[in-house]
Design a protein around this ligand. Structure first.
Ligand code: ZN
Length: 55
């Protein structure tokens, strides 16, 4: 699942949203994790493999 990183223009914090591409294309209403503002801007997304499963 891709991670979309947003910056909140109100509180200046970054937060990551995990949604599918389909959900993203549907225009989800994403709000700031910290202050709930929808005055946000998407940052460049980095895809990274989740390889944390070390058994
Ligand atoms: Zn905020």
């Amino acid at each position: 699942m891709p991670a979309y990183v947003y910056t909140c223009k109100d509180c200046g914090k970054d937060f990551t949203v995990f949604i599918t591409i389909k959900e993203y294309e549907a225009g989800p209403k994403i709000k700031c994790d910290y202050c709930g503002s929808d005055h946000i801007e998407r940052k460049i997304t980095r895809f990274f493999a989740v390889t944390s499963k070390k058994s």
